[in-house]
Write a protein that binds this ligand. Structure first.
Ligand code: PGA
Length: 255
């Protein structure tokens, strides 16, 4: 089954409103939607810029907007948290769940990632569940075990009915923001494992779940990564902050 590749920008804690506006103006000039009409491009800005980007890009066919996190409850005494319904009001159609920076620096657990993903999907968002091993795990040869555990526990709340709104992002922590992307061979091996585990857990329908690679994607390496059978797009941090390099990645990746 062929999956249209997705290119998602993760701006992390970057860009004030003026910078976001400038990006949008530049990005849209050069943007053309995927020929199939599918929204294969997404941007997850900081929450503060979501509304502005929705005004600037929300009506552009082929571009979707997302959030970098989402809470699993609808409302309540959860200072600092934001629910799926609130994100939808701002124009989000997807949410990252369990990005490694949340796991590493803010105590995010796979159990909560699973809750976030389920709530996101059940409230009409696409959930982008992020998993990936640390440098120590990688060097100790533990990648397959860690990925297995993270995938299983981070999707433990989901059933086959949730799959049409699920995206998995494999992001080795050692490749994020380091300039050192995984080689296509290393990434392909893990993506094949993820595909195989998803189909054995959820059945053949899991063949249509996009599995994105993330970690130092640039215009120079996207082609070789995306050429791998089970690499169905990218989650792009640093290189998505410039409209020019994000556009180039999309252009090269779509080709
Ligand atoms: P990077 O970040 O492209 O800057 O390595 C990717 C990510 O953390 O999603």
């Amino acid at each position: 089954m062929s999956i249209t590749s997705l290119f998602l920008a993760n701006w992390k804690m970057n860009k004030l409103l003026g910078e976001s506006k400038e990006f949008a103006e530049q990005f849209v000039k050069d943007f053309s939607p995927h020929p199939s009409g599918i929204a294969d491009v997404g941007i997850a800005p900081p929450l503060t810029a979501l509304s502005l980007l929705n005004e600037a890009l929300g009506s552009v066919q082929g571009i979707s907007l997302g959030a970098q996190n989402v809470h699993w409850l609808e409302s309540g005494a959860h200072t600092g948290e934001v629910s799926a319904a609130m994100l939808k009001e701002l124009g989000a159609s997807f949410a990252l769940c369990g990005h490694s920076e949340r796991r590493q620096f803010y105590g995010e657990t796979s159990q909560n990632v699973a809750r976030r993903a389920k709530a996101a999907i059940e409230n009409g968002l696409q959930a982008v569940v992020c998993i990936g091993e640390t440098r120590e795990d990688f060097e100790a040869g533990l990648t397959a075990d860690v990925v297995h555990q993270m995938l299983e526990s981070s999707t433990s709340s989901l059933t086959a009915e949730h799959l049409s709104s699920l995206v998995i992002a494999y992001e080795p922590v050692w490749a994020i923001g380091t300039g050192l992307a995984a080689t296509p061979e290393i990434a392909a091996k893990v993506h094949d494992q993820i595909r195989q585990e998803l189909t054995s857990e959820f059945g053949a329908e899991a063949n249509s779940v996009p599995i994105l690679y993330g970690g130092s994607i640039k215009p120079e390496n996207i082609a070789e990564l995306i050429a791998q059978e089970n690499i169905n797009g990218g989650l792009i941090g640093g290189a998505s902050l410039s409209a020019e390099s994000f556009s180039q990645i999309i252009k090269i990746g779509r080709a």
